[in-house]
Ligand binder design. Structure first.
Ligand code: C5P
Length: 225
């Protein structure tokens, strides 16, 4: 029997990639599968939390009745869904791989091939996590992910501070079987005191348990101070 340790809590999640339209049939995107975010959603719901799952385009199904899935395509839509949902939540975990840029002027018609060079003008997307870090109030816990290829811990710690996160989950690309498309993951969690906890390589479902345990501990600490 599962203990329903998160009953009464509302938790927002972002998951998957975002697709930024170039024209009606093409986009700028990335290889994120959404598996880590969906594993987190299932784990949170199994513990009794009401989950707001804001999902980019993924080939996954959310099963638990406590999961309310909101599908979005691009970063701007994800941003708007988050702004609407976050004020009603006690915690948020930002696991989406949001495109940093989008085409400035997506074409209404399919772009035709020509023999010439072709260049695409890109403009920056909003940083959703950073905006939520600004609006976060004392009772809310905000967590993010970092996928780094070099100076991993230092870069993750920098993002933690810049986005006003309470903790950040570091995915290492250096570990085979970890990251974006795999069914397994190897993570470390870094907190505001720069304390780093390393977890072994395991299935994303098991990693989700570790992350939700960590979140629960942070929420509990908040309630007792
Ligand atoms: O892309 P970056 O490494 O800065 O992402 C770190 C964290 O910020 C992740 O949790 C990611 O989901 C979040 N993020 C976001 N909106 C963006 C970029 C990143 O919410 N535009």
């Amino acid at each position: 029997e599962k203990n329903k340790s998160l009953t009464g809590k509302k938790v927002m999640l972002t998951a998957g990639p975002t697709y930024e339209a170039i024209d009606p049939v093409r986009f700028v995107g990335n290889y994120s599968s959404g598996k880590m975010g969906f594993a987190l959603a299932e784990e949170l719901a199994e513990r009794g939390a009401q989950v707001e799952l804001i999902a980019g385009p993924v080939h996954l199904t959310a099963h638990h009745p406590l999961i309310n899935r909101i599908d979005v395509t691009n970063a701007q839509e994800m941003f708007e869904a988050c702004m609407e949902s976050f004020p009603h939540c006690q915690a948020a975990i930002m696991s989406a791989a949001v495109s940093d840029y989008r085409p400035e002027h997506p074409s209404e018609l399919k772009i035709k091939r020509s023999g010439d060079h072709f260049s695409l003008n890109l403009v920056p997307n909003p940083d959703i996590a950073m905006e939520m870090g600004r609006m976060k109030h004392a009772g809310q816990v905000l967590a993010g992910f970092a996928l780094e290829t070099n100076n991993e811990a230092a870069n993750a710690a920098k993002k933690l501070v810049a986005k006003n996160l309470d903790f950040i989950v570091l995915n290492s690309l250096a570990v085979p079987g970890a990251g974006f498309m795999a069914d397994t993951n190897q993570v470390s969690i870094i907190d505001r005191e720069n304390k780093k906890e390393d977890f072994p390589l395991k299935s994303k479902a098991e990693v989700a348990k570790d992350i939700v345990d960590y979140l629960e501990a942070v929420l509990k600490k908040r309630e007792t101070v």
